[in-house]
Design a binder for this molecule. Structure first.
Ligand code: IVH
Length: 663
């Protein structure tokens, strides 16, 4: 056997043993033998650098320290999942989906692992790249750290697609977490809070050798790509298992929602006996074609949802109910509690949601209440211990006036919250709007902090957001002793922000339901603020992924004179209210055209076709209207869509015809 053959043999042998031990949980060799084979391979690789391979088992010990992670765009966005909390929610989900397809729906249930999500790309059977979720569009390249996780294969077995992505969750088993903390305590260090944070902290380490020391593990649960083996999510995962991935065995297929409910109930108790933490169940439509048909909202797939288990609960005294005013004027009642430990943190305040919730649970000051940590960061009050209630306690009377400006609160039908309508003069609303406007993901004016904003407002130097752009260094000098540099920084920061692109400016305006992703969609679709301002409700909802709630909020926002004035003012200060045409467009062949993509395609995935439409200057819209230029129609397009297109005289274009159009 020559050297290269021996190296190949050792690599294959070691990765087989690795797979047995870390994926199958079976030991196929003694530690001693494993280490001596690894040592032999290491020596050969050192002597023969010409045979180096970045995916050799020797790479698992971790390479050199790096200075930071590269930010890389995801080929398919990494979305989150909508949450459900009850059987009724699950039945709603099922009913909703049945309206989206005529075919019978099979469900797959999986555990919801509580760790950090990861997206792995494999090319020609070798790990190519590992990205964190990041903001969903771009993530950090943590390939070097991921290579140290022994259950993640560096090379695949069997017959796999040339290129694909597989997503999963990196986590720390409970026993490993406890062991790490035992060592930390013995060494006089603070213990880690919980396995989830420890796993996510580990991925952020810049020293892969340090990551290699942490016994992280990874379950894979979602296969994506152009050539995935079958049309069933469940089957695809079984294939992935044969390629060497650690695919959970606690996964089941059901013919209807009753099976799902059974699965959820079954795990409610059983979850406490698992060797790792889960925070719920994930329910997915099994059929990949139906998944594609159902598509995504701006934040999550329509074809999957998570069922959240109730979090850990503790009881404590509710000392006082206070009320917070948010930037939109929404009032949130807050429970001020006798401090208590909950899931590793000290809790002093909890959300009471709204007036109905307080009334429903009959929550009163002085009560002993149950506090729970759900998926959200802020804990919530979920119940009252009535037997401990003080004899003289009085029911809570919800406030009628704003706790800050005393304006009478309003509550519109169908809205759970009370609002203070005094948008222009209620201090916390104004401060909140400024804080949002200057925040990192909006205008990113980091020379201005919350305290300075409050000071500027109190000193009457600004009242509307647009006033920021009138500030001069001289205006600021009296506010701080020796503050010239401070003042210069602020004014420079504000000036710089004029360059912020339209999509972020739109997000910065703080329109209800217009988050980062929606702002991006709107900016791309409408291109200018005028187009957006003049868009009707119907035009707005026809945009791909824009629903009724968002459209209504936009129409409301733009109908208010005060908001129109604000935009006019900002415009006069030369802020950017026009989307810059994306560089790298392939052509303008579809300029001004609105396209609906529907059905199943052969040459490209739906996602790729949508990208092609945008790259050639066109726009993707979600529903057919008389403004639709054409429908890009694949197989199995829904009959109702077909009828609508015919009735409105909108042309159906096949995949081949479309490709010709843009070629
Ligand atoms: S599927 C488009 N399956 O939950 C579907 N996610 O809230 C994408 N998670 O970001 C996710 N266990 O980090 C899926 N069995 C599972 C999961 C799971 C945990 C996490 C994942 C995701 C988050 C969504």
């Amino acid at each position: 056997m020559d050297v290269k053959e021996r190296i190949d043999f050792l690599r294959k042998e070691l990765s087989e043993h690795n797979h047995s031990y870390y994926v199958l949980d079976e030991s196929s060799i003694s530690d001693f033998e494993f280490d001596s084979l690894l040592k032999e391979l290491q020596d050969l690789e050192n002597k023969h650098p010409e045979f180096r391979d970045v995916n050799s088992p020797t790479q698992r010990v971790g390479g050199a320290v790096i200075d930071g992670f590269d930010s890389v765009s995801h080929k398919y966005s990494m979305l989150s999942l909508g949450n459900t909390y009850s059987e009724a929610d699950l039945l709603d989900f099922d009913a909703r989906l049945k309206k989206l397809t005529d075919q019978p729906i099979k469900y797959v249930c999986e555990l919801k692992y509580d760790g950090v999500s990861i997206s792995l790309t494999y090319k020609n059977g070798a790990l190519f790249q590992a990205l964190t979720r990041g903001d969903g569009t771009k993530g950090d390249d943590v390939t070097q750290n991921v290579k140290t996780i022994k259950s993640i294969p560096l090379k695949l077995k069997g017959s796999y697609p040339n290129e694909f992505e597989i997503r999963g969750e990196i986590f720390l088993p409970i026993s490993a977490f406890e062991k790490m903390n035992k060592y930390r305590l013995a060494a006089g260090l603070d213990p880690y809070a919980n396995p989830r944070n420890t796993a996510s902290g580990s991925m952020k380490l810049l020293d892969p050798k340090e990551v290699a020391k942490r016994p992280l593990d990874c379950y894979l649960y979602y296969l994506l790509g152009e050539n995935i083996p079958t049309n069933s999510h469940f089957e695809n995962l079984q294939h992935a298992r044969n390629w060497g991935f650690k695919v959970p065995t606690e996964i089941e297929q059901f013919d209807d929602i009753n099976g799902v409910i059974y699965f959820v109930q079954n795990w409610e108790d059983k979850r406490h006996h698992l060797p790792f933490e889960i925070d719920g169940i994930v329910i997915k439509v099994d059929d990949v074609q139906i998944q594609e048909e159902m598509g995504f909202t701006a934040k999550s797939p329509r074809w999957a949802i998570s069922y959240k288990f109730k979090g850990e609960q503790v009881s404590t005294r509710l000392n006082k109910i206070t009320y917070q005013v948010g930037r939109t004027g929404a009032i949130t009642p807050v429970a001020n509690l006798a401090s208590v430990q909950l899931a590793g943190t000290t809790v002093k305040r909890a959300s009471l949601h709204n007036a109905d919730q307080i009334a429903k649970l009959d929550i009163r000051e002085g009560d002993i209440v149950y506090v729970e940590k759900g998926g959200e960061i802020i804990p919530k009050v979920v119940g009252v211990e009535l037997k401990d209630r003080d004899l003289f306690s009085k029911p809570t009377v919800y406030i009628k006036n704003c706790p800050s400006c005393n304006t009478e609160l309003i509550r519109t039908e169908g809205d759970a919250k009370h609002y203070c309508p005094n948008q222009s003069a209620c201090l916390p609303q104004i401060i909140g709007k400024f804080e949002h406007f200057i925040s990192r993901k909006a205008m990113n004016i980091d020379s201005l902090g919350s305290e300075t904003v409050e000071l500027l407002i109190k000193e009457k130097l600004v009242s509307a957001i647009s006033d920021l752009y009138l500030l001069k260094i001289e205006d600021l000098l009296p506010l701080k002793k020796d503050g010239r540099i401070w003042a210069e920084n602020i004014v420079n920061g504000i000036n710089e922000s004029r360059k912020v692109p339209f999509e972020r400016l739109l997000f910065a305006l703080g329109i209800r339901y217009v988050g980062e992703t929606v702002a991006k969609k709107l900016s791309f679709h409408f291109a200018t603020i005028e187009n957006l301002l003049n868009a009707s409700f119907e035009e707005l909802i026809s945009v791909d992924e824009i629903g009724g709630k968002i459209a209504e909020s936009l129409v409301d926002y733009f109908s208010e004179q005060q908001n129109k004035d604000l935009i006019a003012q900002l415009k006069s200060h030369h802020l950017c209210f026009e989307a810059i045409k994306k560089a790298g467009n392939l052509s303008d062949k579809l300029d001004g055209q609105s396209v609906v993509v529907s059905g199943v395609f052969h040459l490209y995935s739906r996602n790729e076709l949508k990208q092609l439409i945008e790259k050639h200057g066109g726009k993707n819209v979600g529903s057919i209207s008389k403004k639709t230029t054409f429908v890009l129609a694949g197989d199995n397009m829904g009959p109702s869509k077909k009828q609508k297109a015919e009735a409105l005289g909108v042309a159906l274009v096949s995949e081949e015809e479309f490709l010709q159009k843009i070629s």
